[in-house]
Ligand binder design. Structure first.
Ligand SMILES: Nc1ncnc2c1ncn2[C@@H]1O[C@H](COP(=O)(O)OP(=O)(O)OP(=O)(O)O)[C@@H](O)[C@H]1O
Length: 256
C-alpha cells in the first residue's frame, strides 16, 4: 500500500526573483518504508518536506497521503487530517518547556478529547517503547537533548499516524544521543511497521533508513537501497554525497 504519492510536483517561490525550488518530483513511499531525503544545502529538501507535511502548497502537481489529497481539504478538515495522520519530529524538538514529559506526549490526544483511560494506556506503552517511562514526571528543561527528542518522537507516534516526518532529528544532538534517537526510529519502523520520511545531512543518521533519495537543484538525482549491512550502506551514502554534493568532511573513517 502506498502511504505517500508525490506526482509531478513543482514549487516556484515567487518574489523579486522567482526560485524554482522543486521540478517534476515523483516519489512514492510504501507502508513500512523508512526513506531518507538527502542533498546539498538549497537543493529543495525542506521544500519537499513542507509540501508533504501540508505546510506549504505546491505550485503544481499532486501530493496524496493515504490516498487523500490534503490540498483539496478545507482548513478545519486539513488541521484534523494533519493532527491524525501525520507525526512531526523537528531538529529543535518543539516541546513545551514548562510541561512535563507525559503532558507533552499526550498533547495530541488531549486536543482530540480522547478518554483518559485510553490516553494513559497509550502513554505508558509509547513511553516504554522510547525508553523514557521513568522520566514522565520531569519537566522538559530537566532532561537531556536525547531524552527531549525521544519525548518528541513519542508525541509524534502516540496517535499512530500514517506517516512520520522527521526534519534533521539529530541536528542538535551529540553522536551518542543521535544514535539512540535513530535506533528508536528504526525500531518503531521495524517493530510497529511505521512509515517514515527523514530529511537529514547526517550520513550516520541516514544509514538507518531503508532507502535514500538524493535531490540536487530541485530534481531527484539518485536513489540507493540498504542491504543487510549498515556499514556498507553508510559507505555508499558517503560516496553518493561526495558525488552529488553534501557534507562528507572527516566522515569516511567513521564506523557506524
Ligand atoms: N520561502 C522561500 N522563499 C523564496 N525562496 C525560498 C524559500 N524557501 C526556500 N527557498 C529557496 O528554494 C531553494 C530550496 O530551498 P530548501 O530550503 O528547500 O533547501 P534545503 O535542501 O532544505 O536546504 P538546507 O539543507 O540548507 O536546509 C533554495 O534556493 C532556497 O533559497
Amino acid at each position: 500500500m502506498d502511504i505517500l504519492e508525490v506526482k509531478a510536483l513543482n514549487k516556484v517561490y515567487t518574489g523579486k526573483v522567482a526560485t524554482h525550488a522543486l521540478t517534476d518530483i515523483h516519489l512514492t513511499i510504501r507502508k513500512g518504508e523508512f526513506v531518507g531525503i538527502m542533498g546539498p544545502s538549497g537543493s529543495g529538501k525542506t521544500t519537499l518536506l513542507n509540501m508533504v507535511s501540508t505546510i506549504d502548497r505546491p505550485s503544481s502537481g499532486e501530493v496524496r497521503i493515504g490516498g487523500h489529497n490534503p490540498y483539496n481539504m478545507k482548513k478545519r478538515e486539513l488541521a484534523h487530517f494533519r493532527r491524525k495522520q501525520l507525526g512531526f519530529v523537528f531538529q529543535d524538538f518543539n516541546l513545551l518547556d514548562t510541561l512535563t514529559v507525559a503532558e507533552n506526549i499526550v498533547l495530541p490526544l488531549t486536543l482530540d478529547r480522547r478518554p483518559l483511560k485510553e490516553v494513559d494506556g497509550l502513554l505508558k506503552q509509547t513511553a516504554s517503547k522510547l525508553g523514557i517511562g521513568d522520566i514522565l514526571n520531569k519537566r522538559i528543561y530537566e532532561i537531556s537533548g536525547g531524552q527531549r527528542q525521544r519525548t518528541a518522537i513519542a508525541r509524534a507516534i502516540i496517535g499512530s499516524p500514517l506517516l512520520l516526518l522527521a526534519d534533521e532529528p539529530t541536528g542538535a544532538l551529540d553522536s551518542q544521543s543521535s544514535r539512540a534517537v535513530m535506533e528508536s526510529l528504526a525500531e518503531i519502523n521495524e517493530k510497529d511497521g511505521a512509515t517514515l520520511m527523514l530529511v537529514t545531512h547526517d550520513p550516520v543518521a541516514a544509514s538507518y533508513c531503508n532507502r535514500i533519495v538524493f535531490i540536487k537543484d530541485g530534481k531527484l538525482a539518485a536513489e540507493i537501497h540498504r542491504g543487510e549491512n549498515r556499514q556498507a550502506f553508510f559507505q555508499k551514502i558517503i560516496d553518493m554525497l561526495s558525488f552529488w554534493g553534501g557534507n562528507t568532511s572527516e566522515l569516511s573513517s567513521i564506523r557506524v
